[in-house]
Write a protein that binds this ligand. Structure first.
Ligand SMILES: Cc1ncc(COP(=O)(O)O)c(C=O)c1O
Length: 366
């Protein structure tokens, strides 16, 4: 019988590299691979046996790291993905007759295949916004009908930071939302798939626009910021979000990783030092560079403020189609032809410059 492998050995593999490691696109920050420091952390956590389902030493240590960033009452629950994180977190703060007020453009409303409704059993109350951001006044358009058994009861305000339209709430805007939500007896959930990008934009600690602003629960993104996979539900106010509820809901929602050490150690790689901020700052800087480069091209209009790692632009549809043969990216609004260009932690200045040059070439070839 062969001996069991040890982690210090160099291993070969029968797997074959099947992609071009130099290929770059602007479709999504999750088209990027994983940061080398994250991969190193995964190797570090390998070997030996650890208690499964979150009772490992990496997950225990992770609590300290999240408390350092989000305050002493924070409790972190690592999960597999963003949709699962949102749906699990929202269930923790709603009763069976509960409803969630969100922007009409919210990921939970348009990009989760109805999981909040079907899997979470939640009613969403979407609100049209000019820029993807809710305000106290916009919240009030759906915060009504309390005590009326005919209406699903608004129990949560869910916002994304940064938003799906690349915009970023200021700490004061977050505080105003939390105050209004709490006045109305609702809790605040933040979809933080890009929370690090927001911190990079705002130049303040994560707690300043979450815990200190009155947010009750966040889903903290890892995948878009350099992890192989993984997100973390972070309960910020255990008085409003019972952590015991989270424990059972995570398993019930099929988000409890048995080998959790491998999710947790990735977050350790991100949060123990400044990798989370370095990656986010870099992605944001690349978007700013891209916006500046394409703004100078006649016929291309950057249509939204660039406040994180996304650039939204309009350009003639035939140019979009030709460009798409060279680079991947999404059309965000079929009606207006608005496209979204995302930058990632590994987008280089040369990638941005080459893409902007391609945009210019295709525009000139019209
Ligand atoms: C704002 C936002 N929330 C949540 C998610 C969900 O992530 P996942 O694809 O891991 O379910 C995404 C992914 O695109 C996102 O952009």
């Amino acid at each position: 019988m062969a001996d069991a492998p040890t982690v210090t050995e160099q291993h070969t593999t029968d797997a074959v590299r099947r992609h071009d490691p130099d290929a770059r696109g602007f479709a999504s920050d999750n088209y990027a691979g994983a940061h080398p420091e994250v991969l190193a952390a995964l190797a570090l956590a390998n070997g030996g046996h650890q208690i499964a389902y979150g009772e490992d030493q990496y997950t225990a240590h992770l609590q300290q790291l999240f408390r350092r960033h989000f305050g002493p009452r924070a409790e972190a629950f690592p999960v597999f993905n963003g949709t699962g994180a949102n749906v699990t977190a929202l269930q923790a703060v709603t009763k069976r007759w509960g409803a969630v007020i969100c922007a009409a453009t919210a990921h939970i409303n348009v990009d989760e295949c109805g999981a909040p409704e079907r899997i979470g059993g939640l009613k969403l109350l979407p609100v049209a916004t000019p820029d993807g951001k809710l305000t106290p006044e916009l919240i009030d358009t759906e915060a009504w009908g309390f005590d009326d058994e005919h209406r699903a009861q608004p129990q949560v305000v869910s916002i994304a930071q940064t938003t799906e339209l690349g915009t970023c709430y200021t700490p004061d805007e977050m505080r105003a939302i939390a105050e209004r939500a709490h006045e109305r007896g609702m809790v605040v959930h933040v979809d933080g798939a890009r929370l690090s990008n927001a911190a990079a934009t705002l130049g303040v600690p994560l707690a300043e626009f979450t815990t200190d602003a009155g947010v009750d629960i966040v889903t903290f993104g890892g995948t878009k910021n350099g992890l192989v996979f993984g997100e973390c539900i972070v309960v910020l106010d255990p008085d409003r979000v019972p952590t015991m509820t989270m424990k059972y809901l995570r398993k019930l929602s099929m988000q409890l990783a048995s080998k959790m050490r491998f999710v947790s150690v990735q977050f350790e790689a991100l949060l123990a030092g400044d990798l989370w901020l370095r990656n986010a700052r870099h992605a944001n800087a690349m978007a700013t560079r891209l916006a500046a480069a394409v703004s100078g091209i006649d016929g291309v209009t950057v249509v939204r403020p660039v406040q994180a790692n996304a650039v939204f632009a309009t350009l003639p549809s035939e140019v979009t189609e030709r460009l798409r043969k060279r680079y991947r990216f999404y059309t965000w609004n079929e009606a207006t032809g608005e496209v979204r260009w995302m930058c990632a932690f590994d987008t280089t200045e040369a990638d941005v410059d080459a893409f902007a040059a391609a945009v210019a070439e295709e525009m000139a070839a019209r």
